[in-house]
Design a protein around this ligand. Structure first.
Ligand code: FES
Length: 154
């Protein structure tokens, strides 16, 4: 069930558009901001508010890789595996991340601190290799730089 706060924020997003379903991505982001991810129950509730079927809304939610349909850690690391990053030692950096965090791609650390996910190009190819942690872009990565970055996130 959507909270009152979520409903108010979602209604504000809907008011911007001519049709309710046009606010679907913004509404999904509202739910994710409050809960960390979008559960099946939340998606069902939200589809009713947006005059969409759950299947329609799920197809939108699963298309965008920044909408999480499973629980994630407090911080989500997106590692770019597209061509520029791949050419500039992506595999070494991924090995370092996996080793430091003790998890594979798609997994969350036991303490719930980090989830490690692959990503297509993050739009900073000239600064490859690149990763994002939550909303922050980190460029020109090295194993040492990754260690410093991870230390900034509790
Ligand atoms: S290929 Fe990695 S940022 Fe573009």
């Amino acid at each position: 069930m959507l909270s009152d706060e979520e409903r108010i924020e979602i209604e504000a997003e809907i008011a911007v558009y001519a049709q309710k379903h046009s606010a679907c991505i913004d509404a999904l982001k509202v739910v994710q901001r409050h809960r960390g991810w979008v559960s099946d129950d939340a998606l069902d509730d939200l589809s009713g508010v947006l005059d969409m079927t759950p299947a329609e809304l799920d197809s939108v939610a699963t298309f965008y890789n920044l909408i999480f349909r499973q629980p994630v850690g407090r911080h989500v690391i997106l590692v770019c595996d597209s061509v520029s990053c791949w050419l500039l030692d992506y595999e070494t950096l991924l090995d370092h991340l996996r080793s430091r965090l003790g998890i594979a791609l798609g997994e969350t650390t036991a303490d719930g601190r980090f989830t490690l996910l692959p990503s297509v190009c993050l739009g900073a190819c000239d600064r490859a290799p690149v990763m994002m942690v939550d909303e922050d872009l980190h460029v020109d990565l090295t194993p040492e730089k990754i260690d410093q970055i991870l230390g900034k996130y509790e």
